[in-house]
Design a protein around this ligand. Structure first.
Ligand SMILES: [Zn+2]
Length: 325
């Protein structure tokens, strides 16, 4: 868990804040009180609730944009069709949030995600600056390269991050690294597989803009449980590239967005992430999804084996190139 002090300092300094953070509000941890935890037979569903009476007038326009884009519902539908959660998960788009919540956050028990309209408004502001000042990457859809389109697509990516937290918490997934990395990983895993490149690209552009606003790295930024913002940009691009290197080499590496030195490792990194999430979710697949999910897991495993072998064969060349660029 991050320190609230550290994050709030970053938030003030950046004016936009650390956009992705697991919630800090203390709620009672019910832990192992539930007999259906982890047995894959849970009846929990994700619901999206727009608390219209609790949304201040200044947030209504962006909430309308997000609601019409259905980005939250699309991700919730995928979870509801594939994963049996032990508990319901309520996603509240509301200004009625626990004390100190300014960003999209997941509560520690993984049963509530808050998406404050003020957060969406800040995101839309950054998105508007990106649309005005950044050249559109060829891969990114022209009709979405505006404040609303970028805000909606980056919200899909950010919601994927929060769902990554909720899945880890509700399913008590065994982690081999930082929870924040795994949450970013779920955002990539889910959106790349289900929605193509646009959410990752929107996330990368927004985070790149935020990193520039944050400016020089602070002690709090470096010691955060999130990787530093600029590093996350390259992680998002790396997973996207690795998911289909033939397709994305030109538009991501050739166009200069992702350095060749990192790209060399991305196909294996994506294969590991994809295999990792399918395998972690496997015991929790809904009955109706089991055949499809198991098949995805098997394909991901075969790909991981192939990509690891391919990396081993290229490694001497990569290391030599790195040593003598
Ligand atoms: Zn987080």
């Amino acid at each position: 868990m991050p320190s609230s002090r550290g994050r709030s300092i970053v938030a003030r300094a950046a004016a936009a804040g650390a956009l992705l953070a697991v919630g800090l509000a203390v709620v009672s941890w019910t832990g192992s009180d539930s007999k259906d935890e982890g047995d894959g037979q849970g009846e929990g569903k994700v619901t999206i609730v727009y608390e219209d009476d609790e949304i201040k007038p200044q947030g209504r326009r962006i909430v309308d944009v997000i609601r019409k884009s259905r980005v939250l519902e699309q991700t919730a539908d995928w979870i509801n069709g594939s994963v049996a959660l032990p508990h319901d998960l309520v996603v509240k788009v509301t200004d009625k949030v626990p004390p100190g919540v300014t960003d999209a956050v997941t509560q520690p028990d993984g049963r509530t995600i808050y998406v404050p309209p003020a957060f969406l408004t800040r995101l839309q502001g950054v998105a508007g600056e990106v649309a005005k000042t950044v050249k559109r990457p060829a891969l990114f859809p022209a009709d979405k390269f505006n404040a609303d389109g970028l805000a909606a697509l980056s919200t899909r990516f950010i919601f994927g991050h929060e769902l990554g937290h909720a899945l880890q918490r509700q399913l008590q997934l065994p982690n081999l690294g930082l929870e924040e990395d795994a949450a970013d990983g779920f955002a990539s895993f889910h959106t790349v597989n289900e929605a193509g490149p646009a959410p990752s690209l929107a996330g990368a552009m927004i985070f790149d803009a935020l990193a520039r606003k944050e400016g020089k790295l602070t002690l709090e930024g470096l010691s955060s449980d999130h990787p530093v913002t600029q590093q996350r940009v390259f992680n998002f691009l790396c997973y996207l590239h690795g998911s289909d290197p033939k397709k994305f080499d030109g538009p991501l590496v050739g166009a200069g967005y992702l350095p060749k030195s990192r790209a060399a490792f991305c196909p294996q990194a994506w294969a590991m992430l994809d295999h990792g999430w399918w395998t972690q979710l496997g015991p929790h697949f809904r009955e109706a999804f089991k055949a499809q999910g198991d098949s995805s897991q098997e394909k991901a495993r075969a790909r991981l084996i192939a990509e690891t072998k391919a990396l081993a064969e290229k490694l001497d060349e990569i290391r030599t190139r790195e040593a003598h660029p």
